[in-house]
Design a protein around this ligand. Structure first.
Ligand SMILES: O=C[C@H](O)COP(=O)(O)O
Length: 263
């Protein structure tokens, strides 16, 4: 992580925790992370849609410094799209971030780079910060094509965005083979791809935009490995799945990303 970029720790709860459990978890995380940590790290939680209003109430009521977001949004703003959620609704609920193109949505819901791009544009239209996910499958990694694959996926998922728009995006590199498997990429693996993604952004938007862009790593991040991963120069934080569901663990890894001390 370079000095000019503040690390971001984002806890993607996936389809876990109801709204009552969400309130309890947010309160525990907040209790474990007093204000001093937020000078050095941004911490956000990404609960299911049905929890967001409850999380908003706790964050606003207790004036918490952690932010929150959503796991997906519609590429459309309103209309006959049953089951979809507009970015306008998320903005109204005070969301800061929205995850776009997570590999679970790309794989299970057939989201293409074109859909990811449309959703990224929708997020930006509504003043949300998209966390755009890219990452290779195991066969791509084993063939040694992961760098090219991820830079191409990044280009296609962000195609045509202006430098100003790109400066409002967060990218998350999540090798699919490391998600939920306990098989974490090495810090050097994460650095290799994050560096290439930054270079790719620099080639289309210039060094200034690229040098301010936050690029996260995701895939089996925990308090045991986060220090080494975010210690790499082009890795600016983590998108955390399983370890974000336990308050102590999530607070500890956030504190480590802040440079300590442990809570
Ligand atoms: O969005 C988070 C990632 O999919 C990582 O999940 P994980 O930390 O459970 O491997």
């Amino acid at each position: 992580m370079a000095g000019t970029r503040k690390p971001l720790i984002a806890g993607n709860w996936k389809m876990n925790l109801n709204h009552l459990e969400a309130i309890a978890l947010v309160q525990k995380i907040a209790f474990a992370l007093p204000a001093k940590y937020f000078e050095k790290v941004d911490v956000t939680v990404i609960p299911p849609f049905t929890d967001i209003r409850s999380v908003q109430t706790v964050v606003d009521g207790d004036k918490l410094l952690l932010t929150y977001g959503a796991q997906d949004l519609s590429e459309h703003d309103s209309g006959a799209y049953t089951g979809e959620i507009s970015g306008a609704f998320l903005a109204k609920l005070g969301c800061t971030f929205v995850v776009v193109g997570h590999s679970e949505r790309r794989t299970m819901h057939g989201e293409t780079d074109e859909v990811v791009l449309a959703k990224t544009k929708a997020a930006l239209r509504h003043g949300l910060t998209p966390i755009v996910c890219v990452g290779e499958q195991l066969d791509v990694r084993e063939a040694g094509d992961h760098v090219e694959y991820c830079t191409q996926q990044t280009s296609a998922s962000l195609a045509g965005l202006s430098g100003d728009e790109l400066s409002k995006v967060v990218i998350a590199y999540e090798p699919v083979w490391a998600i939920g498997t306990g098989r974490v990429a090495t810090p050097d693996d994460a650095q290799e791809v994050c560096r290439a993604i930054r270079g790719n952004i620099a080639s289309v938007a210039g060094d200034e935009v690229a040098s301010h862009l936050r690029i996260l790593y995701g895939g089996s991040v925990s308090s045991k490995n986060v220090a080494e991963i975010v210690g790499k120069p082009d890795v600016d934080g983590a998108l955390v799945g399983g370890a974000s569901l336990k308050a102590d663990e999530f607070a500890t890894l956030s504190a480590i990303a802040a440079g300590g001390p442990l809570p």
